[in-house]
Design a protein. Structure first.
Length: 122
């Protein structure tokens, strides 16, 4: 397991602000609709050492969260509030994660949902 220092909430909020500043107006409206007050969610085993990962947004049964091990934002399915089901290693900035979500919502391919369906069959 990798040693890392979890990101502070203040540093996280700064990263969110930087990503927000790079978003288009449409992306900002989407973000404003799905963002939540940042809170720690569990993800076993990768988030255990840092007390979980910061969840920052919710849409349907997915959570947008900051992976401070890999230094980037991710979107994962969750089956219970407070528990991230799948670990992703993206090192995306928030604006990139929101663009991927925008693409999925506008009828594009949602790799997260494809992966989720694949896992259920295995």
């Amino acid at each position: 397991m990798v040693d890392w220092t979890p990101i502070s909430q203040n540093a996280l909020l700064a990263r969110i602000s930087q990503g927000y500043a790079r978003m288009t107006r449409a992306q900002q409206r989407l973000w404003d609709a799905i963002r939540i007050k940042s809170e720690k969610w569990q993800q076993h085993p990768y988030g255990d050492k840092g007390g979980g990962f910061w969840a920052v947004g919710l849409v349907a049964q997915t959570v947008i969260w900051y992976n401070d091990v890999e230094d980037g934002f991710n979107r994962s399915v969750y089956s219970a509030h407070g528990l991230i089901d799948d670990y992703w290693r993206n090192d995306d900035e928030l604006d990139v994660t929101i663009q991927c979500l925008t693409n999925a919502l506008s009828g594009g391919q949602d790799l997260l949902q494809i992966w989720s369906r694949f896992k259920r069959r295995v």
